[in-house]
Ligand binder design. Structure first.
Ligand code: SF4
Length: 212
């Protein structure tokens, strides 16, 4: 991998020493539930909701059995609670039907679960099973393309390009670094470039400077 990417990784690592998964979970099942709830919702709010939810729901079987109205009541603060309740119960049913109640550890099988796409599968692989994967969410997509690490139009193309651009043992942590960078520094509308150590490398920053 090229020296510039190593430098960018190092700077991101210095800027975000606590980068890591912010969804509280104690097993793969709790993680996949939290990831589904996190769509369009902050991790902080998801953690408040799951603390309540996991008192009643400990297994996929519990999730299939719980009354839909009760489930919606608990997850209501996460937003889109009708859809999320339906997705959670469909996912749990497919875990039971296809994998004997065990959350799979590989992308191909994870993506067979109802409502689980590539991004969710990558998060579960990396966080629950310690595998190397780059889940491309809105932050990873925006920040990696802004900096110029990649130049892609879709999340999947971004993931593949990042996998080529960085050594495999860096993938999972790179995913966290880019999320933290997007959440706390490189805001979608107002990036805090004055607080960012990447100015010297960042394509977006350099282009904006030229226009001034
Ligand atoms: S320099 Fe600005 S645009 Fe570039 S990564 Fe940093 S905050 Fe984002």
């Amino acid at each position: 991998m090229n020296q510039k990417n190593i430098e960018i990784y190092k700077i991101l690592d210095e800027m975000h020493p606590n980068a890591g998964c912010e969804l509280v979970h104690y097993n793969p099942f709790e993680l996949i539930v939290a990831v589904i709830l996190s769509a369009q919702c902050t991790d902080k709010r998801v953690n408040i909701v799951t603390e309540e939810l996991f008192k009643e729901i400990k297994t996929p079987e519990d999730l299939v059995k719980i009354d839909r109205a009760r489930l919606e009541e608990i997850i209501h603060p996460c937003g889109f609670y009708h859809n999320k309740a339906e997705n959670l119960q469909k996912m749990a049913k497919s875990v039971i039907d296809l994998f004997n109640g065990q959350i799979p550890d590989n992308r191909e099988d994870l993506m067979k679960l109802a409502g689980v796409g590539r991004k969710t599968a990558n998060v579960v692989m990396a966080e629950a099973y310690g595998k190397n994967a780059i889940a491309v969410d809105t932050h990873v997509f925006r920040v990696s393309n802004r900096i110029g690490l990649v130049n892609e139009d879709t999340p999947e193309a971004t993931e593949l390009a990042l996998m080529k651009a960085f050594d495999e043992n860096m993938w999972s942590h790179l995913h966290h670094l880019l999320i933290f960078q997007g959440r706390y520094i490189c805001d979608a509308r107002k990036p805090k470039c004055d607080q960012c150590g990447l100015k010297k490398y960042c394509k977006y920053y350099k282009n904006n400077e030229k226009l001034k």
